[in-house]
Design a protein around this ligand. Structure first.
Ligand code: AHG
Ligand code: MN
Ligand code: MN
Length: 348
């Protein structure tokens, strides 16, 4: 008989990998998993509970907040607040960072960044949505945590993960020693280890990008898309296009099957759309730990300087060889664009 290992058991076992661990990170992960289960319960009955649709409020980025966005945000904040291991939270849904200064959190070492509900445009239509989290050790030693405590490069992440609420619900996370995936067994209410040591194929045949924005894409991305669509038996092209509008769902699929996900800068969004702190960095950490790659087109995502909470970044992420190919296109056509600016007559 196959032995079932729950997320709780797995986390405790893994704690031995960190000789000085006192169990704080383990408890923090447990708190996030509890919130995930509560959010999952609401998502599953969303159509029944009249919590679909707009909440009537707008978040810091001017996007209208869905009721489930607000609900998920409240649940993750509440779980982190009552768990006592987190002293500060940054959320997509809150303009400012949130200090937790309760008695039980006064010695908490960790700060957490979350995208409580990723893929909000898919909430009303039963397409996969997700949650993304990123955990850092606070840099200041005492007193209330400040915004500086979270403005750390992605390389400093202690752990990162996502939950995908799809045809089944999964929690996938890394603490820098590989990636493991757990599927929620609704009959016992536990996340169970289902995808140990997840690795992404070094290449694949799926590209994920919102091609509706094609006209606004940089030249390198336009040319890379055309490359994906060309016929070449040796490289299994043309590739397949798959894009749901939920980064978590698109990246989860590509992690399992191999592929590339691109959200580039565009003439309409010159800094890209996705947020570095709670979307790009955690996903980049997971992808690298799975053997994949993530860059902004030229620079490794995890090496980017972080100077504000809701900072945006372009992202090219997924199978290593595919990301490297896309970067090559960005390099070549960036140079051409510069040459045009310098007066060379190039057909770009
Ligand atoms: P969120 O729902 O947290 O705002 O994130 C949506 C993100 C990401 O999940 C997705 O890949 C992308 O925005 C979709 O954007 P477009 O509709 O512009 O393609
Ligand atoms: Mn998101
Ligand atoms: Mn979101």
């Amino acid at each position: 008989m196959n032995e079932i290992k729950t997320l709780g058991q797995f986390i405790i076992e893994k704690q031995k990998d960190f000789p000085y661990a006192k169990g704080e990170l383990s408890r923090l992960l447990r708190d996030l998993a509890i919130a995930a289960k509560i959010v999952n319960r609401e998502i599953n009955k969303a159509g029944l509970a009249s919590i679909l649709g707009d909440s009537g409020t707008v978040n810091v980025q001017g996007e209208s907040q869905k009721k489930l966005d607000v609900y998920a945000n409240e649940q993750f904040i509440a779980a982190l607040r009552s768990g006592g291991e987190c002293c500060m939270i940054v959320s997509e849904e809150n303009d400012e960072h949130i200090n937790i200064d309760s008695e039980i959190s006064k010695n908490a070492k960790y700060v957490v960044a979350i995208d409580p509900l990723d893929g909000s445009s898919n909430i009303d239509v039963n397409v996969g949505i997700g949650t993304i989290f990123s955990i850092y050790r606070r840099t200041s030693v005492s007193g209330a945590a400040t915004v500086e405590d979270i403005l750390q490069k992605g390389t400093s992440q202690v752990a990162a993960g996502y939950i995908i609420y799809g045809s089944s619900t999964m929690l996938v996370y890394t603490t820098g020693k590989g990636v493991n995936g757990f599927t929620l067994d609704p009959s016992i209410g536990e996340f169970c280890l289902s995808h140990p040591n997840l690795t992404i194929p070094e290449s694949g045949t799926i590209y994920s990008i919102n091609e509706g924005n094609y006209i606004h894409f940089p030249q390198g991305v336009k040319k890379y898309i055309k490359y994906c669509q060309e016929e070449d038996k040796n490289t299994f092209r043309p590739y397949t296009s798959r894009y749901t509008g939920s980064m978590v769902a698109d990246l989860h699929r590509n992690l399992i099957k191999g592929g590339i996900f691109i959200y580039p800068y565009t003439s309409a969004s010159p800094k890209g759309k996705l947020r570095l702190v709670y979307e790009c960095n955690p996903m980049a950490f997971i992808m690298e730990q799975a053997g994949g790659k993530a860059s902004d087109g030229t620079t490794r995502i995890l090496d980017l300087d972080v100077y504000e909470l809701h900072q945006r970044s372009p992202i090219f992420i997924g199978s290593r060889l595919m990301v490297e190919k896309a970067e090559e296109f960005m390099r070549v056509f960036h140079r051409e664009a510069l040459e045009v600016l310098n007066g060379f007559a190039l057909d770009v």
